[in-house]
Design a protein around this ligand. Structure first.
Ligand SMILES: Cc1cc2nc3c(=O)[nH]c(=O)nc-3n(C[C@H](O)[C@H](O)[C@H](O)COP(=O)(O)OP(=O)(O)OC[C@H]3O[C@@H](n4cnc5c(N)ncnc54)[C@H](O)[C@@H]3O)c2cc1C
Length: 477
């Protein structure tokens, strides 16, 4: 495979993935590396970083979709950007293979250092019908599609006379009781109720929301008492919260739920909307590299964020975020590694950039250490739950804390400003209820208009009255 000559020949720091870790690592290194004659190259199939904690609010129409993503080109002006996926890495030979996102042949890219920042993907189980009926919530496109789907189904139900079809359209199921699942069902419920208020042909009592969680509790990030409060809060809003319950089958959108652990049937019903937020797993592309991989499929790193295997540190290789098993010296997961969240990803990226830079001058590296600050979650306007540095909040104060935290955490001043403006406007005007149609086939009306129509058939000549008809008419007189 030939090396594509259009890319820089300068010694390269290759950043694989442009999410939290990739964006911040590239941002913190791009100018320094350029000054030493090198270049930072960031590869991602997407031209933007997605602020994933905002996905439920995008789905709920509180934040404009484009405001929840950060353009790589606008904010990484000193970084070489390639829109594509890294399909494999041969670190021994310091080479990555890249598949361009918009077509064209795969090519090899040489590098000096590599930073693995390819994040996580939605983790699913082999459940029949899930792939056909379900949708995840890991990308901005999924959030936009969900919002349109919920609003479209309410419209559909409003003109549907078959009660079974109406019920199916107005039933929304979320599987997974972690932060993402709870925030998603709460935001969608809030938005759906607002949409039904505007539609006389649908009654609020027809809306059905079902949250399915396999464990005996939801939201492990908050205290048990807070989790119980959230369950009560959701139930008071009419959300059915089913604990110790699992999705068994979703073929033809017929949702079969079973009780755990006995696997008896809990419920079976039809639903047009099935949202899967039951966990993530490290990006499986790391298996196409020669890096050490730990049992949970993440790249093994040491506390300095250097890739680290049984034979010690792998030179010039770094990893952080959801794709890496970063030791958590303050506790963390049962295996002593950091939980996959934005709080860690952002801080690890900054530490990684400093350590990579220090390694260039053989200076001592500093270990990553961050004690979890807590968690904040929003459940629609003025509702939420939070546990920040031991302080527990619920309701409106938690919602304000949620907005304050994420407003500050959103990368770049420009994006912060746009999101804050969205929230400010929504406080006075309510959430944006406009739904965009035909996004999948935007050319359909133009194609119909531009397609030459067959000439109308020539008008049939007026036939002379038939003899019989004439006779009948005469006989009838
Ligand atoms: C709905 C939702 C809500 C969340 N809420 C919170 C929250 O409230 N608080 C919190 O702390 N965390 C939250 N998280 C988790 C947080 O968003 C992640 O932990 C964080 O994004 C991890 O950062 P990362 O850089 O490791 O991965 P990501 O941000 O996922 O970035 C990975 C990047 O790699 C790219 N990529 C993938 N494959 C390839 C490839 N082969 N080649 C090149 N690039 C590739 C992807 O396109 C992506 O841009 C939430 C996550 C979700 C899904």
């Amino acid at each position: 495979m030939a090396i594509t000559p259009t890319f820089s020949a300068r010694p390269r720091v290759l950043v694989v993935g442009g999410g939290y870790v990739g964006l911040y690592t590239a941002f913190n290194l791009q100018k320094k590396i350029a000054k030493t004659g090198g270049i930072v190259t960031l590869i991602d199939p997407l031209p933007y970083m997605t602020y994933q904690p905002f996905l439920p609010e995008v789905a709920g129409g509180n934040i404009e979709a484009r405001h929840a993503v950060v353009s790589h080109r606008k904010h990484l002006k000193h970084t070489e950007l390639i829109q594509g996926s890294v399909t494999s890495i041969d670190h021994e030979n310091r080479t990555a293979v890249v598949a361009p996102a918009n077509g064209g042949e795969n090519f090899e890219l040489p590098y000096h250092d590599v930073v693995m920042a390819a994040g996580a993907i939605t983790r699913t189980f082999p459940i029949k019908g899930l792939a056909e009926a379900g949708i995840g919530l890991k990308t901005i496109e999924e959030a936009v599609a969900l919002r349109n789907q919920v609003l479209s189904l309410i419209e559909l139900a409003s003109t549907e006379t078959d009660p079974a079809k109406r019920a199916r359209a107005l039933t929304f199921v979320v599987v997974g009781g972690g932060f993402a699942g709870i925030e998603t069902i709460a935001e969608l419920e809030d938005m759906a109720r607002a949409a039904v208020k505007l539609n006389d042909r649908v009654d609020q009592s027809e809306l059905r929301f079902v949250l399915v969680e396999a464990m005996g509790r939801i939201m492990p990030e908050v205290t048990e008492a807070q989790a119980l409060w959230v369950v009560e809060h959701l139930r008071s809003r009419g959300v059915e919260v089913l604990l110790n319950t699992s999705l068994d089958n979703a073929e033809e959108n017929n949702i079969k739920l079973i009780n755990l652990p006995d696997k008896s049937v809990a419920q079976q019903f039809d639903a047009d909307t099935l949202i899967w937020t039951a966990g993530v797993m490290a990006n499986p592309m790391v298996r196409s590299t020669d890096f050490p991989i730990e049992p949970r499929g993440r790249v093994s790193v040491n506390v300095n964020l250097q890739v680290n295997g049984e034979f010690g540190v792998v030179p010039n290789a770094w990893a952080a975020g959801d794709v890496a098993a970063v030791p958590d010296v303050t506790g963390g997961l049962p295996d002593g590694t950091c939980v996959p969240n934005a709080q860690h990803a952002l801080r690890q990226a900054k530490r990684l950039a400093k350590n990579l830079w220090a390694s260039r001058f053989n200076k001592p590296l500093k270990g990553y250490k961050h004690k979890n600050l807590g968690a904040v979650a929003g459940f629609g306007q003025w509702k939420g739950v939070a546990k920040i540095m031991g302080i527990q909040l619920k309701g409106a104060p938690a919602w304000v804390a949620h907005r304050g935290y994420h407003g500050l955490a959103m990368p770049t001043v420009e994006r912060k400003f746009r999101v804050l403006m969205d929230w400010f406007i929504t406080m006075f005007t309510g959430r944006d209820m406009a739904q965009l149609e035909n996004l999948e086939a935007p050319r359909a009306t133009f194609v119909a208009a531009a397609t030459p129509k067959p000439k109308p058939a020539a008008a049939a000549p007026v036939e002379a009255p038939k003899a019989e008809a004439k006779e009948e008419a005469t006989a009838g007189k």
